[in-house]
Design a protein around this ligand. Sequence first.
Ligand SMILES: O=C(O)CCC(=O)C(=O)O
Ligand SMILES: [Fe+2]
Length: 340
Amino acid sequence: MAEVDPAFIQPTEFRPKVKVIEADEIPVIDLSGNTNDIVLEIGQACKKWGFFQVINHGVPSELRKRMERVGKEFFDQPMEDKKLVKRDEVNPMGYYDSEHTKNVRDWKEVFDLLVKDPSFVPASHEPDDEELRMLTNQWPGYPSEFRDTCKEYAGEVEKLAYKLLEFISLSLGLPANCMHGYFKDQISFMRLNYYPPCPSPDLALGVGPHKDGGALTVLSQDDVGGLQIKRKSDGEWIPVRPIPDAFIINLGDATQVWSNDTYESPEHRVVVNSTKGRISIPFFFFPAHYVMLKPFEELVNEQNPARYREFNWGKFFATRNRSDYKKRDVENIQIRHFRI
Ligand SMILES: O=C(O)CCC(=O)C(=O)O
Ligand SMILES: [Fe+2]
């Protein structure tokens, strides 16, 4: 990716401004404190931003560094070696460098892996097609510790994801474990993102503006920076400052639906720069394919009726993923399409 091919060029309204706002910051929450305080802080952060960072989260710092190192070693290989584990129409897991967000190509390379191997997802987005497809991981031979490190890291981050789900449930006034059952056959996946230096960071984006789909995302970023969140009050793009050893948490569409819009799935994007490559590792905490998404009954009443009709998470996921391979002319599916 030496110079900017027209496929990467964002429409004018999506291009990043060179000057960014530094004043406002998303909250940093210490998970070693008292549960009531944590729940209160998480509730406030979810309402205002849908984004926060956590420290003292229980994931060993050494493991995270190891994960970042093996990820970097993988991406540093020649392209022909990375292509040995390239994803294709049959297996969407593995390496690829041509993802599109909103039909513009992202300036990044990616390696995707399932947290549960195998995972089962709908074979197609067609509503009446009940066939399932089995997804499995493919692993690179180099670096040799890649597979074990990914598994160990995903296991630790999964524990953190469950813990966060409990805090979020409590912050909505719901029982701590009210969402656990949805994740028994979770289709969560983990992604290693590598954003190479870009000769025209004013024209392209690492990831275009989007919302994450699942319950929540647990994101590790290195010290380079580039993630930005769209501030609800004025639409400004606010950078999410790298904090050593903190994880960034953002809510996804499923939580927006479950909470009946008490919380929103925030829009975010990634800007790139001309000098430094960047690694980030999101863990997308996704329910099982058969889960039907709808607002929790406890959060619905006459004054506050359900804002979404019930829909199947697996079909939503399958419909969204259709746009990954090629440019499409139609807008990708969004939860607002299920609004009542
Ligand atoms: O790289 C990042 O900081 C965020 C990436 C992201 O938003 C995504 O992969 O969904
Ligand atoms: Fe995202």
